[in-house]
Design a protein around this ligand. Structure first.
Ligand SMILES: NC(=O)c1ccc[n+]([C@@H]2O[C@H](COP(=O)([O-])OP(=O)(O)OC[C@H]3O[C@@H](n4cnc5c(N)ncnc54)[C@H](O)[C@@H]3O)[C@@H](O)[C@H]2O)c1
Length: 362
C-alpha cells in the first residue's frame, strides 16, 4: 500500500497526519510512504526525519494524490483538493460531512472510500480519534476566551480569575463531553466561576464528584441555558450529537441579552455550531462582533498548537493506520467494527446514517 501524506492547506493549519515515528512503523509493516515536502515542518518534523524513517519526499501535492492508495490527512479535503482526488481512492481524515454538503457530493461522484476520524469508534462506543483534538480545543477555548475578553481587543475587560475583592469571570460551558470537561478544567484552574450544562446526567455527576461544589452543574434545557447565558462573561459551545449537525442550543435572543464585550467560543463549529449567531471563522480572522458579543468559531483550533496536536492525533490514529497497512483496507474494515464505523462514503453512497440524515440523503 502506498500512503500519501499531503501538506494541509486549511488556513493556519499546522498539523500533519503522520509523524516520522508512525512513518517508520508503516514502512516496517510493508507500506510505502510518500510525504509532500515540508508537510511536517510546522509541527516540528523535518523532511530529513521522514526520509530517515523510510519515506519518499516530493514537492508535488498532485503526485501525492495521484499515486497514493490511501491519503492520510488531518482536515477535510478543500475545494483546491477536489480535482486531485483519484476515483476509488481511500481517504482517512476528519471529514465532518454533516456540515459539508459540497465535499460529500465530490466524494460520492468520485466514489471515494471516505473513512472519517470523527466516527471511528472504540470498543466502548467512544470516539478515540475525536477525543484528543476535543481535549485540546476544550483547553484552548478558555485561554482564547480569556484573551478575547481583554479591553484592547474589544472585550469586556473581565479577568477570568478576578482578584481578591473583585468578582471572577463567569464561564458557562454547554456540553460536558471531552471538550467541555477540559474547558471546565482550565476555567477552574484560572479561578473563574464555572457553570456546565449537559443533557447527560452521568457527565454532570462525574464533574460534580470531581470538583466537589467548585463547579455548578445544570441540566441543559432552554430555561437553564437562557439564565446562564445572560450572565456569562465567556460562553463555550461544546455539544455533539455524533456525526449529526450540531443542535442550536443558544438562540439569537439569548445572545442579545449577554453583556457587551462578553465572548463566545463555539468549539462545535466543525459540526455547524450550536449557537444561532455563529458562523465559521479562520485563524487569519478568528473573531467577529455581533450584538456586541465577540464570536470565535475556528474549526481547526488545535492547529494553534501544531506540535502537541500532531502528537495527540497520530498516537490515536496509529493503531488504525497500522491495522489498515497490516491487513489491507478491505480486511481491516471487515474485521474491525470500530474502524468500519468510520466509513462515511463508499461506492458513491453515504454509508453513515447520521450523515445521510443531516444531508437529506436518507
Ligand atoms: N473547533 C475545533 O477546532 C474542534 C476541535 C475538536 C473538536 N471539535 C468539536 O467539538 C464538538 C464537541 O466534541 P466532544 O468530543 O467534546 O464531544 P463529546 O461527545 O465528548 O461531548 C459532547 C457532549 O454534548 C452533550 N450534548 C448533546 N446535546 C446537548 C444539548 N442539547 N445540550 C447540552 N449538551 C448536549 C453530550 O451529552 C456530550 O456530553 C464536536 O463537534 C467536535 O467535532 C471542534
Amino acid at each position: 500500500m502506498l500512503i500519501g501524506v499531503p501538506q494541509e492547506i486549511k488556513i493556519g493549519e499546522t498539523r500533519v497526519s503522520m509523524t516520522p515515528s508512525l512513518c517508520r512503523r508503516c514502512v516496517k509493516l510493508g507500506a510505502k510512504v510518500l510525504v509532500e515536502k515540508n508537510a511536517g515542518v510546522s509541527a516540528g518534523f523535518t523532511d530529513a526525519e521522514y526520509r530517515a524513517a523510510g519515506a519518499q519526499i516530493t514537492n508535488s501535492a498532485r503526485k501525492v494524490w495521484r499515486e497514493a492508495d490511501m491519503i492520510l490527512k488531518v482536515k477535510e479535503p478543500l475545494p483546491a483538493e477536489y480535482d486531485l482526488m483519484r476515483p476509488g481512492q481511500t481517504i482517512f481524515t476528519y471529514l465532518h460531512l454533516a456540515a459539508g454538503p459540497e465535499l460529500a457530493k465530490v466524494l460520492l461522484r468520485k466514489r471515494i472510500l471516505g473513512i472519517a476520524y470523527e466516527t471511528v469508534e472504540g470498543v466502548d462506543g467512544s470516539y478515540p480519534l475525536l477525543k484528543p483534538m476535543s481535549q485540546i480545543a476544550g483547553r484552548l477555548s478558555i485561554q482564547i476566551g480569556a484573551y478575547r475578553l481583554q479591553s484592547q481587543l474589544g472585550g469586556s475587560g473581565v479577568l477570568l480569575g478576578g482578584i481578591p475583592g473583585a468578582m471572577p469571570g463567569h464561564v458557562v460551558v454547554i456540553g460536558a463531553g471531552n471538550s467541555g470537561a477540559h474547558a471546565v478544567q482550565m476555567a477552574v484552574g484560572m479561578g473563574a466561576r464555572v457553570t456546565v450544562l449537559d443533557v447527560d446526567t452521568r457527565k454532570l455527576e462525574a464533574l460534580d464528584a470531581e470538583y466537589r461544589g467548585r463547579v455548578v452543574t445544570l441540566m441543559s434545557n432552554p430555561a437553564n441555558i437562557e439564565t446562564e447565558v445572560a450572565d456569562a462573561d465567556l460562553l463555550i459551545g461544546a455539544v455533539l450529537i455524533p456525526a449529526a449537525k450540531a443542535p442550536i442550543v443558544v438562540t439569537r435572543r439569548m445572545v442579545k441579552k449577554m453583556r457587551p464585550g462578553s465572548a463566545i467560543v463555539d468549539i462545535a463549529i466543525d459540526q455547524g455550531g450550536c449557537i444561532e449567531t455563529i458562523r465559521p471563522t479562520s485563524h487569519e480572522k478568528p473573531t467577529y462582533l455581533e450584538h456586541g458579543v465577540v464570536h470565535y468559531a475556528v474549526p481547526n483550533m488545535p492547529a494553534l498548537v501544531g506540535r502537541t496536536s500532531t502528537i495527540g492525533l497520530t498516537q490515536a490514529t496509529e493503531p488504525f493506520v497500522a491495522l489498515l497497512v497490516q491487513k489491507g483496507i478491505e480486511r481491516a474494515l471487515n474485521e474491525h467494527r470500530g474502524l468500519a464505523a468510520g466509513v462515511n462514503t463508499r461506492d458513491g453512497r453515504i454509508t453513515c446514517e447520521a450523515v445521510a440524515k443531516a444531508l437529506g440523503y436518507a
